[in-house]
Write a protein that binds this ligand. Structure first.
Ligand code: G3D
Ligand code: MG
Length: 185
């Protein structure tokens, strides 16, 4: 009986999201950590688009995330529109140890995203590699400042290496996408 009622109320969604930012900021590591809770120290740079699926359950709502991990290399610029097609949200990632990766979020990646995505959707800003404490070149306030400026839904600092704040980052994005779609959980 209970099961029947539950299944009546069960809602399912499929969302495509993209993860973008400069090469080596940790995009692939973040996705791998989220999808498998694994971290590879010798991960090879992505060569093309890597597509990873993950199901997230929130109360009576099931969300299937299709995560597109783009290569940062310039040569893929021309085929970007295909990667961005139909995406509901984005994770914009910079590396807290390299200041120019933060600058490129606004100057390059967000511009690229806006150019290709008609409906802006939800996007969050992530400062990754917080475990490299004595190499930090971007103070937290700078990330917060940029997030405000570009009107990101949220700002969060993560360590894909230690698995810190990864679940939180993805769930912030998923919640924002759901709320943009008028779904209350
Ligand atoms: P990308 O997909 O954005 O290009 P990768 O980046 O996920 O391939 O990561 C690039 C390098 O940064 C990798 O190192 C990876 O191990 C490292 N890295 C990713 N996230 C973190 C993190 O949170 N902390 C630390 N310390 N390193 C991280 P290599 O040496 O394999 O190139
Ligand atoms: Mg990669």
């Amino acid at each position: 009986m209970i099961k029947e009622e539950e299944s009546k109320d069960l809602r399912e969604f499929v969302f495509k999201i993209v993860i973008i930012g400069d090469a080596a900021v940790g995009k692939t590591s973040l996705i791998n950590q989220f999808a498998e809770n694994s971290f590879s120290e010798d991960y090879k740079p992505t060569l093309g688009a890597n597509i990873v699926r993950k199901d997230v359950n929130l109360n009576n709502t099931k969300v299937r995330l299709i995560m597109w991990d783009l290569a940062g290399q310039e040569k893929y610029r021309v085929v970007r529109s295909m990667y961005f097609q139909g995406c509901e949200g984005a994770l914009l990632v910079y590396d807290v140890t390299r200041y120019h990766t933060l600058e490129n979020i606004n100057n390059k990646w967000l511009r690229d995203y806006k150019k290709h995505v008609k409906k802006m959707g939800a996007f969050i800003l992530i400062g990754n590699k917080t475990d490299l404490k004595n190499q930090v070149a971007v103070p937290t306030e700078k990330g917060e400042e940029l997030a405000k400026k570009i009107k990101a839904s949220h700002f969060i600092e993560t360590s894909a290496k230690l698995g810190e704040n990864i679940e939180m980052a993805f769930s912030l994005l998923v919640n924002q996408i759901l709320s943009n779609n008028g779904v209350i959980i």
